[in-house]
Design a protein around this ligand. Structure first.
Ligand SMILES: Cc1cc2nc3c(=O)[nH]c(=O)nc-3n(C[C@H](O)[C@H](O)[C@H](O)COP(=O)(O)OP(=O)(O)OC[C@H]3O[C@@H](n4cnc5c(N)ncnc54)[C@H](O)[C@@H]3O)c2cc1C
Length: 440
């Protein structure tokens, strides 16, 4: 089926120049292979995308390393000498750093009320772990949350505060409505050590990884044919090689824009069915002056008014301009699809004015559009109801000795993250070389 295996002298074709692809390519090239990276966009980094304007770096894709302890990605960042800044509030923590809460009436919670609420979240979280462990297949996260709340001898208002917190956590962590996430969909949701962000932009990691690699930008791959002899990859031109590492997001794999000939085998295709790209957009609002308290990492809104816009993160330290970051996640992100920035800002400000009536109009608004990006099709993948944690790793099972899938969605331990992408690219290189490799 494939052409005579002269193979253009390429050992491995890597599809996608995000963190997974660059990591695999770098390891393989270091091991002496001839590697070519094919990337659809006119830039590297994929879902790491830093916009630099007037010296200000804004991360439109990933911002955080969610836990730097025992994290090979952080070790890599340090080995590159990249600057990071502690900002341990990226995993929807209820506390641990200064976070203010406003009640459903828009009044700020006292310290005592805040502590009591956080304790309620912890109590339900402990029960949740038990309910999740005991849950039957095809149970949703909403089901286990409701079972946990039902065990609390609390009044409905007290239950509702925790319910909405867990709903918002599901949305911010996975960009999905709580009823659409599998009960095990947040199993990986733990942070070891501090979280950090990148003052000069996260995509510096991609730039450093890409050094010395043969990367062909603007190259949209439409077909990967594979057989025992190797792979034939079709883009503007056709390249053949001994093998391929495919790192495109799950949404691209499911779209039909990139086809496999023959189709992916049952192990991979069955695992793929359970994963879906989410809806998760960032909204940055820069103001002429600060109208929230100094020293807060974040503030959150409880109650019906906070259904869409409930959490604001102070990212002023980027360049000193008072700036809040909020997220449209899950249903809110789906609903604002197609809105212009002014309409999004108007919606956010309506909620903000309830707690901060004197908030001035923002001078600058930036909204991301990952749902409309044909090479991402969302921000990251979540587990639909009925899928299993191990589906992520199953996707990465080497296929026919020549095809390797990698990327954030192929790593079970902490999928959906840059760390997962990094580890998955590293694993693909290990599978190909047949030995373990050092990370840095
Ligand atoms: C808004 C947002 C916020 C996030 N926040 C965080 C965070 O704070 N912390 C965190 O750890 N993670 C976060 N993530 C997730 C993180 O960015 C991703 O998990 C990670 O970057 C994925 O890397 P990857 O290499 O698997 O995929 P990608 O970065 O998507 O790389 C795949 C590459 O394949 C290319 N491609 C697609 N189709 C084709 C084709 N047909 N032909 C050729 N090339 C193709 C794409 O252009 C892309 O460059 C966030 C993501 C988004 C979008």
């Amino acid at each position: 089926m494939l052409p005579e295996a002269t193979l253009d002298g390429i050992d491995t074709i890597v599809i996608g120049a995000g963190i997974a692809g660059l990591t695999a390519a770098r390891q393989l090239q270091r091991a002496g292979q001839r590697v070519v990276v094919l990337e659809a966009r006119d830039r590297i980094g994929g879902r790491l995308h830093t916009l630099c304007t007037d010296g200000l770096a804004t991360d439109l894709g990933a911002s955080w390393i969610h836990g730097i302890a025992d994290n090979p990605l952080f070790d890599l960042v340090e080995s590159f000498g990249l600057a990071t800044r502690e900002f341990t509030v990226g995993s929807f923590q209820p506390d641990g750093r200064p976070i203010a809460y406003f009640d459903p009436n828009g009044q700020r919670l006292s310290n005592a009320a805040c502590a009591a609420f956080v304790q309620d979240v912890r109590t339900v979280d402990a029960q949740l772990a038990i309910e999740i462990a005991a849950s039957a297949p095809s149970t949703s996260y909403e089901d286990v949350v409701e079972r946990s709340l039902a065990r609390m001898q609390w009044d409905e208002d007290r239950r509702e505060r925790v319910r909405e917190f867990l709903r918002h956590r599901t949305e911010e962590q996975y960009g999905v409505w709580i009823g659409d996430l599998d009960a095990h969909g947040l199993d990986d949701d733990q942070v070891d050590g501090d979280e950090v962000v990148f003052p000069d932009g996260y995509d510096a990691v991609a730039t450093a990884l890409a050094s010395g690699l043969d990367i062909r930008l603007g190259t949209v791959v439409t077909e990967v044919a594979w057989a025992a002899e190797g792979v034939r990859v079709t883009a503007d031109e056709t390249l053949v090689a001994t093998r391929a590492v495919v790192t495109v997001p799950v949404g691209v794999l499911q779209s039909g824009d990139l086809t496999f000939v023959p189709p992916l085998p049952a192990t991979a295709s069955a695992a793929l069915v359970g994963l879906r790209m989410n809806a998760f957009e960032k909204v940055f609002l820069t103001f002429p002056e600060r109208f929230w308290d100094e020293g807060l990492y974040a503030f959150r809104r409880q109650g019906e008014s906070g259904a869409w816009w409930h959490s604001w993160y102070d990212v002023t330290s980027r360049d000193g301009s008072p700036t809040l970051l909020t997220f449209a996640a899950g249903p809110a992100a789906r609903a604002i699809r197609g809105w212009d920035d002014a309409r999004v800002a108007g919606s956010v400000m309506t909620t903000l004015h309830e707690t901060h009536p004197d908030a001035p109009a923002p001078t600058k608004v930036q909204v991301t559009h990952w749902q409309d990006d044909p090479y991402a099709r969302g921000s990251y993948a979540y587990m639909t109801v009925g899928s299993r944690c191990e589906d992520h790793d199953l996707l990465a099972t080497p296929i026919g000795g020549v095809l390797h899938l990698a990327g954030e969605a192929t790593w079970s331990e902490d999928p959906a993250t840059v760390t997962a992408a990094y580890r998955s690219g590293h694993r693909a290189a290990e599978h190909i070389l047949g030995r373990t490799l050092p990370f840095t």
